[in-house]
Design a protein around this ligand. Structure first.
Ligand SMILES: [Zn+2]
Length: 294
């Protein structure tokens, strides 16, 4: 993982952060809190977003959306255009509840084998030509505008961890700027620890996804905890939310930007309980999450 991150970020300071996350993870959370204040966010905020990459998401997402709504959380959605078009009625109804849809590219990039539960990931932006990526963004923009009924305000690159090099992100942000986007949320937690929960030196505002409380460099996601059973599995997932809740209860500023997949949580009651712990600080759009930032 470290080697991969080094290649991706080419940041010589990564090693320092790896060491700090081992010696004092809460020290890094404190750093994030200071950077959150510096970015203009004075209070804790929690934002949940869902990547809906498979047909199973289409089947379960409305129930997931409704259950979260009962707990005071309205997620933001990232759905590839091809899947939006296949699930247009479902996603149209979710958009009509006011939910934000960001652009997640057009082409399908993950397939789920339901018999084995294995997710097959393909179509990585770093293996495509720049022209192909620009066209995928353009088509994704069209799909969201048509099916959600509103033009997207932001973007998430397919597959976290790919397309993270400086020149790739500068290219990406340049394309997003052409569409008038206000944000991208395409980067791994290291970027947040390095530059803050929102930063704009790549072009437009970038909002990295959050890490776990115990290991701030590792993405807090449903895939690692639920599907792989790593980092303490489901119980470990809940513990991260408890730690964030305890930290935020003291009103210390943080922007917790968590993502998951509906297909991985629809039959996991503990997920809804965990997310509910942060409901008092929930915001339901990136515009709200970034309110007050320069
Ligand atoms: Zn995706």
């Amino acid at each position: 993982m470290l080697d991969k991150l080094l290649t991706l970020t080419r940041d010589p300071l990564l090693g320092v952060y790896v060491l700090r996350s081992k010696l004092s993870p809460v020290g890094l959370i404190d750093r994030l809190s200071r950077l959150t204040t510096a970015a203009g966010i004075a209070k804790p905020r929690f934002l949940l977003s869902f990547d809906c990459d498979t047909d199973l998401d289409i089947e379960v997402v409305e129930a997931v959306h409704a259950e979260l709504g009962r707990r005071g959380v309205r997620p933001v959605y990232a759905v590839p255009g091809e899947l939006l078009e296949r699930g247009r009625e479902v996603y149209g109804r979710i958009a009509s509840t006011g939910a934000e849809f960001m652009n997640h590219g057009w082409a399908e990039h993950t397939r789920l084998d339901r018999a084995t539960g294995i997710y097959d990931s393909f179509l990585f932006y770093d293996r495509q030509s720049r022209a192909w990526v620009a066209e995928d963004i353009r088509r994704g923009h069209q799909s969201v505008s048509e099916i959600a009924g509103r033009a997207p305000a932001g973007f998430r690159t397919p597959h976290f961890g790919s397309f993270q090099k400086h020149d790739e992100l500068v290219f990406l942000h340049g394309e997003l700027k052409k569409h008038g986007y206000r944000y991208s949320t395409s980067t791994v937690p290291f970027w947040g620890l390095r530059y803050g929960p929102v930063f704009d030196h790549l072009g437009i505002r970038e909002v990295p996804v959050s890490g776990t409380f115990d290991r701030p460099l590792d993405i807090l996601d449903t895939w690692t905890h639920r599907c792989l059973g790593e980092h303490g599995g489901e119980a470990g997932y809940t513990r991260q939310y408890e730690s964030y809740r305890d930290y935020m209860t003291n009103n210390r500023p943080l922007l917790v930007n968590v993502y998951g997949d509906p297909s991985q949580v629809h039959d996991w009651p503990g997920f809804f309980d965990a997310v509910g712990l942060l409901a008092p600080w929930a915001v339901s759009s990136y515009a709200e999450a970034l309110d007050g930032t320069a």
